[in-house]
Design a protein around this ligand. Structure first.
Ligand code: FPP
Length: 255
């Protein structure tokens, strides 16, 4: 094990858990079987992220576009969320994890909404991993809502990037450092559009039900070695930059 707790700069990890349906179909099972198996993987990855000292883990469990799936599949996904909350509640609280849902959950069954709000309230002051499920979530909708929220309370005022960031669904999640997508597709699919501006991306062929804590660690280790410059230059280039700057000044002075 090389990737160690606290020795990395990856604070916020976002995951698009894709490939459940194909995983099941390849095994001649109905698509929903992939979701069932995939929901078991969620708890393992949460535990691993917590062990590794990641600050925030945001998982895409149901997008606004997923509403167009067959009713039975949508029902299974609701059910899996419900079961996850019941099964993992104690562990979440014991491990000092703060749990939140981001997205529109108004169409969820009342019992599931109750479980969600209970756990959100019980865990609200927890200081460990910030675990967020994006459910009924869409990135464009989040940005639009943030914009409208600001405009309502500040009519006529010009909006800044800070204003948008402050009015997102869960402002304290901050920017995403690493976005992982399983299932082999190379898309963002309307996930955390604002927060991924400077994220590192990692796409794996592994379908979500086969995703393991070992692969998760390997990805973190691999990505933590990448050089992130946030549009600037590597400090190691400073000397080169200074020499270049002097040459540029000379050129400018000489006209
Ligand atoms: C994408 O796979 C996955 C989803 C639409 C849902 C992800 C949900 C889970 C992993 C289970 C939910 C569990 C909890 C605890 C909330 P897909 O069906 O689009 O796969 P495909 O690309 O192979 O069709």
């Amino acid at each position: 094990m090389i990737f160690e707790k606290q020795t990395h700069s990856i604070k916020h990890v976002a995951i698009i858990m894709d490939g459940n349906g194909r995983w099941a179909n390849l095994r001649s099972h109905p698509r929903v079987w992939g979701h069932v198996r995939g929901s078991g993987v969620v708890a393992d990855i949460v535990e691993e992220a917590d062990n590794l000292g990641i600050n925030a883990l945001t998982m895409y469990a149901f997008s606004t576009e997923n509403w167009s799936r067959p009713h039975t599949e949508v029902k299974v996904l609701f059910n899996l969320l419900h079961k996850f909350l019941k099964r993992e509640r104690c562990r979440i609280l014991k491990n000092n994890i703060r749990f939140k849902i981001m997205g529109d959950i108004s169409n969820l069954p009342a019992q599931t909404k109750n479980l969600i709000s209970e756990l959100e309230i019980e865990s609200q002051y927890n200081t460990g991993l910030k675990l967020t499920f994006a459910f009924g979530y869409g990135g464009r909708s989040e940005i639009t809502q943030a914009f409208n929220k600001f405009v309502r309370s500040n009519p006529g005022q010009e909006i800044t990037e800070e204003d948008i960031a402050k009015n997102l669904m869960i402002p304290d999640l901050g920017d995403v450092d690493l976005l992982i997508r399983t299932g082999g597709d190379h898309r963002v699919s309307n996930f955390l559009l604002w927060q991924i501006a400077y994220a590192e991306f990692y796409f794996t062929e592994t379908k979500w039900p086969d995703f393991s804590t070992e692969e998760f660690r390997n990805i973190l280790e691999c990505v933590s070695k990448r050089e992130r410059r946030f549009g600037s230059l590597n400090p190691a280039c400073d000397f080169k930059t200074n020499v270049e700057q002097a040459r540029t000044n000379n050129i400018l002075l000489r006209g």
